[in-house]
Design a protein around this ligand. Sequence first.
Ligand code: ATP
Ligand code: MG
Length: 139
Amino acid sequence: MALNYTFTMIKPAAFKNNLSGSILKEINEHGFKIRAMKLTKLTKKQAKQFYHIHKGKPFYDDLIQFMSSGPVLVAILEKKNAVKEYRKLIGSTDPTQADEGTLRKMFAESKSHNAVHGSDSDENAKLEADFFFSRFERY
Ligand code: ATP
Ligand code: MG
């Protein structure tokens, strides 16, 4: 059975540009419940750990620089089939390719500054949620 939660992060540029409220409103209106949330800032080491699968790719250094450049809002979101449903809500990595009504279409500046992260599998949702939150921070 699919996991009933996923992990999301409002990335540095979207947070800095005060888009968090609008993004969270969309998330709630699409039936996701917030089970954990906090403001934090990734160290370079944490950003590298988080995006280790992209090591060696041409955009990797910029990605690590960007993701550790300022505060991010991280959260665990609950919904039936959460991972799949949330990937649908965030849209394509590149906002120019994203469907109308998706978070990246509405809030992303570019492919590298694309507003939000969403886990891409149940396995990663669990790993990412555990990376940021202890069980005492989840309700
Ligand atoms: P995320 O993991 O952040 O939710 P994603 O799963 O849609 O995004 P990935 O392929 O995992 O996309 O890429 C991770 C991040 O690396 C992207 O969100 C984007 O910021 C950046 N990225 C990916 N491909 C490129 C690219 N070709 N040029 C610039 N940045 C890229
Ligand atoms: Mg990804």
